[in-house]
Design a protein around this ligand. Structure first.
Ligand code: ATP
Ligand code: MG
Length: 601
């Protein structure tokens, strides 16, 4: 491709819409263009990157025996009603775009394809002889994300590789899951990325395991906790740890104390001369279930700890049945406005006790009359603790479970693991923190969808039993941008050779010089013929502009047909290091071949 003919518009300044480096750079370098909120056009250079990532993904998937297919994006609502996900995915904070066709039928735009693939499996898999089977696709997904941002990182339309495997038993599923773990590691290493595989939350689905693949970068939306010994790494949503020990309680008798102006744990500690580990704090949540029921949840946890919303949500999902619901649509800390809907009187905020009376709730058809009370293990093991007493300006100290406070509550683990905690596998290891961009997720689904949708097969004993399933996703467009987030400098993008849109850019500093034109033109032909993907900057621009653009778009190698041409040499500059060498024209091809081969190893 000649740059004089290519759609390449670069910007000197950072676009106002972009917050993180990779987003700024992809826009500035002319790779993507914003069309709407979370909606982007992939311009020619970007598409080449996407195609390279896709090629690596396909090769690694095919190597495991998975087969590529293509599923519809337009999905009938009935499929999602069968699996029980239609309401959760279209209502409240749901992420599925839904629409109604002219026959008045409801449809959704595919955010994911478990329902579709399970329907295919239900129709086509009859016997254990057809198992295991793994189908995957590369396709655009639609998700009405609450907060689309960071360009391709969180779009409302994005490219995903999603694969679904079907098995006769758990053992076979585990084998494919292991194969996928390896395939994902291969994909990311081959794409030139630094990553970490971490334990991930399997959410309401439960399942026996799931892992996320995180590209390490400061701008990552996810927090990872890991240990130096390399034996533990988990998404903070899922991470477990041993909390620091509680300090000995300074309180030995139960009493109620006037504690004005101590609504926060910090102020309480100061006033009562105690440690946050001596306090039971009581946090109020509001859960909205999918049948419209609101449940007020009171979580008691040790003062120095925080609640992990994901763990709490999973707990609440377990109790959905108690409210004749299936799923939690939303979990929030109710603000003043939300409290108005159910609070019978004003709440003693900052002074709430674990036994806050149910009288605070005005019950109705939509609101459960009782608090759902949960005590985190960290609070449950405390003795002689301080806590609120449901009266503004007062706390109690020296309290104990089973004495002043009833222990009929559910004891749960909803504590958020944090940096500095001791590791469970080896308490001498301390959890460290890093930020990551989730580019892949592998998941042992089990029978959730096959049971709900009746996808069965006949086993060796002639019995009809549900299929065991796994699912595996890679955010292709997110991965492409994550590569930039991990590799850039003040001048622009530094693509890993494996996914760079082109390997080489040839810059002609002076297009009035026939010798430069000729040598550059010949090299351009020669390199492309040899499979080295090369573009030619033959634009009528100053040399400085060309060099700046070459750096910005991040092509790994630049050839300049400049002054040394009179000695039969051209300049070869490596983008990552800016190192330059002069090389005899006849040796350029072999030099580049070696460099590229080495980089792709
Ligand atoms: P996240 O927690 O980031 O929202 P997710 O758990 O919803 O991701 P999955 O449903 O597992 O993601 O989708 C598989 C992969 O698709 C993710 O690992 C991620 O790389 C990518 N992905 C998910 N949502 C988006 C999005 N809105 N934009 C771009 N890529 C996405
Ligand atoms: Mg998501």
């Amino acid at each position: 491709m000649r740059l004089s003919q290519m759609l390449l518009v670069t910007l000197r300044n950072d676009p106002a819409e972009a917050e993180i480096p990779s987003h700024k750079l992809l826009i500035r370098a002319g790779y993507i263009r914003r069309i709407g909120n979370g909606i982007y056009a992939y311009l020619p250079l970007m598409l080449r990157v996407i195609n390279k990532v896709s090629k690596i993904v396909r090769e690694e998937m095919n190597a495991t025996g998975a087969q590529e297919c293509l599923l519809p994006q337009l999905q009938p609502a009935e499929l999602w009603q069968e699996s029980g996900r239609w309401d959760t995915y279209t209502q409240a904070e749901g992420i599925m775009f839904s629409l109604i066709d002219r026959q008045n039928r409801e449809l959704g735009l595919g955010p994911t394809h478990e329902e579709v693939i399970t329907t295919v499996a239900k129709d086509m898999i009859r016997s254990y002889r057809q198992l295991p089977l793994h189908l995957y696709q590369l396709q655009t997904k639609f998700r009405d994300e609450i907060r689309p941002r960071f360009g391709l990182m969180r779009g409302r339309e994005f490219i995903m590789k999603d694969g679904y495997s079907f098995h006769a038993d758990e053992e076979s599923l585990k084998k494919t899951y292991q194969d996928m773990d390896q395939a994902y590691r291969n994909m990311l290493s081959r794409s030139g990325l630094q990553f970490r595989a971490v334990d991930a939350d399997s959410g309401a689905i439960g399942g026996s395991g799931s892992q996320e693949f995180m590209v390490l970068a400061d701008a990552g939306e996810d927090e990872i906790l890991y240990t130096e010994d390399g034996k533990y790494a988990a998404n903070v949503e899922k991470a477990i740890s041993l909390p620091v020990d509680a300090e000995a309680s300074p309180f030995d008798t139960y009493e109620k104390l006037e504690t004005p102006g101590t609504e926060t744990i910090e102020k309480m500690c100061e006033f009562l001369h105690c440690s946050a580990t001596n306090i039971v704090k009581n946090v109020l949540y509001q859960a909205s279930y999918d049948n419209g029921i609101t449940v007020l949840v009171l979580v008691s946890i040790r003062g120095d700890q925080d609640v992990n919303d994901v763990k709490l949500l999973n707990e609440l999902t377990k109790y959905a049945g108690n409210y004749e619901a299936k799923a939690v649509l939303a979990l929030t800390v109710p603000d003043v406005e939300a409290q108005k809907k159910w609070a019978a009187k004003s709440l003693p905020l900052g002074y709430i006790a674990p036994d806050l009376s149910d009288d605070y709730i005005t019950s109705s058809k939509q609101v459960s009359p009782k608090f759902l009370r949960m005590v985190d293990q960290t609070a449950y093991t405390l003795t002689n603790f301080a806590t609120g007493c449901n009266e503004l300006g007062y706390h109690v100290v020296g309290a104990n479970w089973g004495q002043e406070f009833d222990l009929s509550e559910l004891v749960v683990d909803v504590r958020k693991a944090q940096k500095g905690d001791r590791a469970v596998h080896d308490p001498s290891q301390i959890l460290e923190t890093a930020r990551g961009i989730e580019v892949g997720h592998i998941f042992q689904l089990g029978k959730k969808y096959s049971e709900a949708m009746g996808a069965t097969y006949t086993n060796e004993n002639g019995q009809e039993v549900p299929l065991v399933m796994g699912c595996y996703g890679v955010g292709v467009s997110r991965l492409a941008q994550a590569a930039v987030e991990q590799s850039y400098d003040k001048d622009g993008i530094i693509w890993p050779v494996a996914i760079a849109p082109y390997h080489v850019v040839i810059c002609i500093p002076n297009i009035k010089d026939p010798q430069q034109i000729e040598v550059a033109g010949n090299l351009y032909e020669e390199l492309n013929e040899a499979g080295i993907e090369t573009i030619l900057d033959d634009r009528d621009e100053r040399a400085g502009v060309k060099f700046k653009d070459a750096d910005l778009i991040g092509i790994p190698y630049r050839i300049v047909t400049g002054r040394s041409l009179k000695y039969g040499k051209v300049e070869l500059v490596e983008r990552a290091t800016h190192q330059s060498q002069e090389i005899i024209v006849a040796q350029i091809l072999s030099t580049l071949k070696d460099l590229i081969e080495k980089a792709l190893k």
